[in-house]
Design a protein around this ligand. Structure first.
Ligand code: ADP
Ligand code: ZN
Ligand code: ZN
Length: 676
């Protein structure tokens, strides 16, 4: 009998897989099984990516594999290929793609009782279904969309372009129902994956799904799960038990052997991009996965990303439209601008906004104020000498957090007590400049002492479950005025909310980042979309959105007021084409960081000089806008090409050259970067 060697993907920074000898007892291992192996004086679990009869590793270096987790069915070839593609495309080690997504309990423990986990699964993964709910009667546009998606054949990418409140969720659910029903009819099995951008949106969706699919096993995958839960839900997906899988971006790498439909809600949302380690776009991987499996995929949004819009315009994606709000007599809110030069704000609130809030309070309707800046004030300053509270470790201000009596750097997490007097001149009258959510909350309490004001942002929802509890209180009507960051702007279906106030959108109007206006527009439409979703009540206020700005003439606001994404997107695409930026250009960004900026720049220069390639533009290395974070200086180098394959080919060769370079700088490469 010949010896068997297992080629194993391990979570290491090395861009290679490792051979182990299979000591030969028991069943021969299979590709896709998990295996426990010795590595660097530890024992770790990896994924078998090949089983071979030969190895290049010399016998004295070769180690034995310790244990194959044979109870677990192997990961499928399709899943392995997905990971291979991601590793290849994003230029990362394959093990880094495969291994971290596998639940820790399957990896770190030497022995795992899968039996026990599987038994627990039945209890934990599919708990208490809420009372079954009937689907509303779909309108014609919804019906058409749901039918088209649910019965699509093969790979068929669809943009579901529907205004906020148009009932996209209903379309997803009906399409999912059809896919599950079709499978049942043909006696096959199906799984539907639904991705949402925010972990806080999963409970609402999960309730809807469970109510509408009584008895159908549902699994959820997001970063908020405890390890035991993660194991159960992951297994539910992997074993094919779960029919519907809800998750955030990380769920795109889940093992789902019966996957038949992928749905990406709010596909434009930046949270689909992972911003560290394997910097993947869950949306892009989802499209790849759907193509690989030859299944339909739906990208839903009221404000699609320009990439997706471009594909829809060029006919590569089918476009289905929902132009009207779904609830009877719910109309899109009226959007108005308040010129802050004329109506000067007090406590951050213009008199127009205060009156509008007052009207809602009188009628018992809810209001939402959106300000994308947490903390009390972004800067603390001394009028007497000009001192400003900078972070000593970053090119950034320390943000004032008043309730906690803290100054906090949002980039390196450095904290200190709020100084009682100016560290330079002793002046005791230090001034907070600008306004964050905490300060607006304080102002609201002064202006409306009777109102029940609640703030929802990353600070107020630090504890597990607290965000869900907070949103629950809003839904239960225990809150009159909600103030929050982007956390409150997305997706939530608030039924009694008729006023949205946008407090400070202006900084994004003049950003150097060409994506800023696309994002601002999407954000405005999303947050505006929280108002008036249930239709007007007898004697109730018409729903409206008030935007406080110093630049009411800015064309972006014109498009926002007209709810005119088409025109706005068309103009932006034209600009982008002329400027030669995505989606008309493909990019990669090499980042380097070091104690000394020069070390980082030198490495990037060396990288820029080491390889020339026709059709590839290598720009100059530059320091990043926020150069210093946590005492480390950062610089970047942008690579561009009008051809994606050309860029990919270049990156392969280039990465090999970079890995061979000696430098003290830490570096990383990002493909399709979004923050440049
Ligand atoms: P979107 O995701 O497009 O913003 P939702 O799917 O959240 O919109 O739907 C908005 C609201 O309209 C929800 O409360 C939903 O229950 C309701 N709704 C959806 N479809 C219908 C319909 N056909 N008839 C009545 N109400 C509907
Ligand atoms: Zn001073
Ligand atoms: Zn800092």
């Amino acid at each position: 009998m010949t010896d068997l060697y297992l080629n194993v993907a391990l979570d290491t920074p090395l861009d290679t897989c490792f051979d182990y000898r299979w000591p030969g007892h028991g069943e021969p291992p299979q590709i896709g099984q998990l295996v426990l192996v010795p590595f660097a004086r530890r024992e770790v679990v990896g994924v078998i990516v090949d089983v071979r009869t030969r190895t290049e590793v010399p016998p004295d270096k070769l180690k034995d594999a310790l244990d194959v987790r044979a109870q677990l069915p192997p990961l499928t070839t399709e899943w392995l290929d997905l990971c291979r593609f991601a590793a290849d495309y994003y230029q990362r080690p394959i093990g880094e793609v495969m291994v971290p997504g596998i639940p820790k309990n399957l990896r770190v423990q030497k022995t795992v009782s899968l039996d026990r986990a599987l038994k627990k699964l039945a209890k934990t993964a599919f708990p208490h279904d809420p009372a079954p709910a009937d689907a509303p009667v779909l309108n014609a546009a919804q019906l058409e969309a749901a039918f088209a998606i649910g019965n699509a054949d093969g790979f068929s990418p669809t943009l579901l372009y529907g205004v906020t409140g148009s009932g996209k969720t209903e379309v997803y659910l009906q399409a999912a129902a059809q896919v599950l029903a079709n499978a049942q009819r043909t006696q096959t099995e199906a799984q539907v994956l639904i991705l949402v951008p925010e972990i806080n949106l999963t409970p609402q969706l999960e309730n809807n799904v469970r109510a509408r699919f009584p008895g159908v096993p549902v699994a959820t995958l997001h970063s908020g799960l405890a390890e035991g839960e993660r194991l159960s839900h992951w297994l539910a997906g992997h074993l094919g038990h779960a029919r519907i899988i809800l998750g955030t971006r990380l769920a795109i790498l889940a093992s789902l052997p019966r996957l038949k439909l992928v749905i990406i809600d709010e596909e434009h949302d930046p949270s689909y991009k992972q911003q560290e380690g394997l910097r993947y776009s869950a949306r892009d991987l989802a499209v790849w996965r759907a193509r690989q499996l030859k299944i339909p995929i739906v990208l839903g949004s009221a404000t699609p990303s320009l990439e997706t819009w471009h594909h829809a315009q060029s006919g590569r994606y089918r476009k289905l439209e929902l132009r009207e709000r779904a609830s009877p007599d719910a109309a899109l809110p009226r959007i108005r601008l308040i010129d802050m030069e004329r109506d000067k704000p007090a406590q951050g609130l213009t008199s127009t906004l205060v009156s509008a809030l007052k009207l809602r309070l009188e009628r018992g309707e809810q209001s939402l104020l959106f300000l994308n800046r947490r903390g009390y004030a972004p800067v603390l300053a001394c009028d007497a000498c000009g001192w400003i509270g900078n972070c000593t470790r970053c090119t950034a201000f320390m943000v004032l957090h008043k309730p906690e009596n803290r100054m906090r750097c949002h980039h390196c997490s450095l904290e200190q007590r709020i100084p009682k007097s100016c560290p330079t001149c002793g002046n005791v009258d230090l001034q907070p400049l600008g306004r964050g959510t905490q300060r607006v909350e304080e102002g609201l309490q002064q202006v409306f002492p009777q109102a029940r004001v609640m703030r929802i942002d990353a600070d107020s929802t630090r504890l597990k479950g607290s965000a869900q509890a907070a949103f629950e209180r809003v839904h239960q009507g225990e809150v009159d005025i909600l103030i929050g960051t982007q956390m409150v702007a997305k997706g939530h279906d608030f039924r009694n909310l008729t006023l949205v106030g946008v407090l400070n959108p202006d900084t994004a109007l003049f950003s150097h980042d060409y994506r800023a206006s696309e994002r601002l527009f999407a954000q405005m439409m999303q947050v505006a979309g929280r108002a008036g979703r249930a239709g007007r009540k007898e004697g109730g206020n018409a729903s409206e959105v008030l935007i406080q700005t110093r630049y009411p003439q800015h064309p972006l606001f014109g498009a926002v007021m007209a709810h005119d994404y088409d025109r706005f997107a068309g103009e932006l695409l034209e600009e982008r084409q002329q400027a030669g930026v995505p989606p008309f250009m493909y990019q990669a960004l090499l980042r380097a960081e070091a104690r000394e900026l020069q070390t980082a720049l030198d490495f990037l220069q060396q990288a820029a000089d080491c390889l020339l390639h026709p059709g590839i533009t290598i720009n100059d290395p530059i320091p990043m806008t926020m150069t210093r974070v946590a005492n480390v200086d950062r610089a970047q180098l942008l690579i561009e090409s009008p051809s994606r394959p050309a860029l990919q080919m270049f990156l392969k060769t280039w990465m090999a050259a970079l890995r061979a370079m000696k430098t003290r700088a830490k570096w990383s490469l990002e493909v399709d970067p979004v923050d440049i």
